[in-house]
Design a protein around this ligand. Structure first.
Ligand code: GAR
Length: 191
């Protein structure tokens, strides 16, 4: 059984889909939900699925070995970011090398980088009059929204779309693909 930790800062709709996807499997299990916000919506899903939670503090997260010991104690094999706001420190990148995956709500390399999170991304896509947007699932490296791409899927941006309607379309794409791609990626490395 491969054990994953989901890192999420917000509502946690992607975390919910991942929890549901792996609930009955026997190869991958969600072993921990990590959040930087003690009142994040994602924590309700952790409770619903009886998954332990870890609330992290920014100073400790960024300093030295940060939360490596806590994640090792929970025997975490893979780290899955699902709407997580903070940059991943080198300590985690070193200990979980090529074992940290992120989802970004746009077609990277466009519309990524610091501050490009949630609605801000969709607003930038609308403002630029893009005809297409989508999702990018990628490995995490030391730069924001930068590591090797694993998967992309697209959706049209219509003249009638605004940031909220585009966010809905993107969320639907994320929910459809993220759990499946996570499973494929983890299993392809465990063969
Ligand atoms: C998702 O759309 C995810 O792609 C995005 O945050 C949202 C979280 O929604 N992540 C980023 O923007 C990372 N740069 P959720 O809490 O409902 O899963």
């Amino acid at each position: 059984m491969k054990r994953i930790a989901i890192f999420a800062s917000g509502a946690g709709s992607n975390a919910q889909k991942i929890l549901a996807h792996f609930k009955t499997g026997n190869k991958v299990e969600v072993a921990l939900i990590v959040s930087n916000k003690p009142n994040a919506g994602v924590l309700n899903f952790a409770k619903e699925y009886s998954v332990p939670t870890l609330i992290i503090d920014r100073e400790k997260f960024l300093k030295g070995d940060g939360y490596v010991a806590e994640l090792q104690a929970a025997k975490i094999d893979w780290i899955i970011l699902a709407g997580f706001l903070w940059k991943i420190p080198v300590s985690l990148l070193n200990h979980w090398e090529k074992r940290i995956i992120n989802i970004h709500p746009a077609l990277l390399p466009k519309y990524g980088g610091k501050g490009m999170y949630g609605e801000a991304v969709h607003q930038a896509v609308i403002t630029a009059n893009e005809k297409e947007s989508g999702i990018t699932i990628h490995y995490v490296d030391e730069q924001y929204d930068h590591g090797a791409t694993i998967f992309q899927a697209t959706c049209p941006v219509l003249p009638t779309d605004n940031a909220a309607s585009l966010a809905n379309k993107i969320h639907a794409l994320e929910h459809l693909h993220y759990p499946v791609i996570i499973e494929k990626e983890i299993l392809s490395h465990s063969a």
